[in-house]
Design a protein around this ligand. Sequence first.
Ligand SMILES: Cc1cc2nc3c(=O)[nH]c(=O)nc-3n(C[C@H](O)[C@H](O)[C@H](O)COP(=O)(O)OP(=O)(O)OC[C@H]3O[C@@H](n4cnc5c(N)ncnc54)[C@H](O)[C@@H]3O)c2cc1C
Length: 430
Amino acid sequence: MRVSIIGGGVVGCSIAFELQRLGFEASVLEKNGAVGHGSTSASCGIVRRFYSQPDMVAMANEGAHIWADWEKFVGPIEDEKIVFHRPGMLFIPPHIDDEVSRIVAGMQQMGIAASILTADQVAQRFPFLETDSFFPPRQPDDDAFFEPTGRRIEGAVFEEDAGYVVSPDLATQNLRSAAEREGARFLLRREVSAIRKVGTGPFRVVTAQGDSIESEVVVNAAGPHSSIVNRMAGVALPLEIRPLRREVHTLDNPLFSKQEESALPVVGDLDSGVYCRPESRGRNLVVGSTDPHCDQLEWVDDPDDFNESVTEPYWERQCLRLMKRFSQVRLGPKRGVSALYDVTVADWYPVVDRTDLPGYYVCIGTSGSSFKTAPVLGLMMANLIESCQNGHDPDQQPYQLTLPYTGATVDMAFLSRRRSQLQSTGTVIG
Ligand SMILES: Cc1cc2nc3c(=O)[nH]c(=O)nc-3n(C[C@H](O)[C@H](O)[C@H](O)COP(=O)(O)OP(=O)(O)OC[C@H]3O[C@@H](n4cnc5c(N)ncnc54)[C@H](O)[C@@H]3O)c2cc1C
């Protein structure tokens, strides 16, 4: 059976690889000249498992096993392969409450090496990090921004073997090569401009370059362009999905060349409103936002028309917040990237489902945190397509997928288009 996948990001390439392994004929249509050059290219590639939803913890855990076993997972390909560094991740929530304890207990039950550290243990293990609490995060022009709160953090969650994948675009290229080896076709510089279907006949996916590709199945994996592609297919989902502008900045790592760089974990700091991780073999740090309430979210109407520059206010507030936690960091030149998330507005979890248009599927709304799970999303989408095309209706009976590495079973209803709002942080933390 022929499948057209719209979008050659990490998600589309992963879906193509898994569909080929199930015996489908996958064609990926990508408007750029290479795969992985959409929002995937800006990704920080952080691989952690701390999520509000237990099924997402299971998916992220499966993802971590896949990244750790990458050579075997993608099989024989000639490309250079990705590197997965695992310095651990320190997650600093505003409070160590019942919810945090519940998530950590669930992680431990899945065999994930995660534990709650006290503020003293954080100070002992990571002496370069301040253990004052800065919650709630503020804007730098707020008079109280630099005022001490007089409180310490309540503690932190440490995930021993969390980490990050160097070069998300290389990971995507690896997936493309693996998919091609299995027989997938990649049609680059093809911008899909229309999706047509007459009666029960096949889809015709039309490109701006004049192609018309016929297939029984179409998958929307267009990242921040997902809503535009849904409109081409005439599909409206009950959940709103929108592009959101982000900036990620680069700073010098003060620990580099102090023999301490291996001690720097990934830090997810909801207490001060930023996350960071080492970059460039420890020479730099990248810093991004955890979406604190005081920051206005920058929703974008047209993903082809947004400010792609690094802006002074965003850069300043993000770097200053990091400097409160990590006081040895110094402001340097304004460096970084501006990119888009594709956000499911209600709960910041992806939508992986069939739609009301038979044969048309979506793997979208990845909400700024689906690089780590992209290989799992590919597996889910491919298996769901196989099941639905064989007559199964997941709206009646949700699809249960057993994950090959960890053996966990995920009920895919939690990622369905018809779900009610999931309990989540409503931010990139999920
Ligand atoms: C700044 C930033 C930091 C992030 N950090 C992390 C992180 O640390 N950890 C994590 O797990 N996740 C992270 N993410 C999220 C993760 O990178 C994304 O969820 C993931 O890359 C989305 O992949 P995708 O394939 O769905 O989208 P994309 O990579 O955007 O791919 C979609 C592709 O579709 C193509 N396309 C669109 N419209 C058309 C059309 N009409 N015709 C043909 N092609 C089309 C685009 O060109 C693009 O290549 C981050 C994201 C960003 C932006």
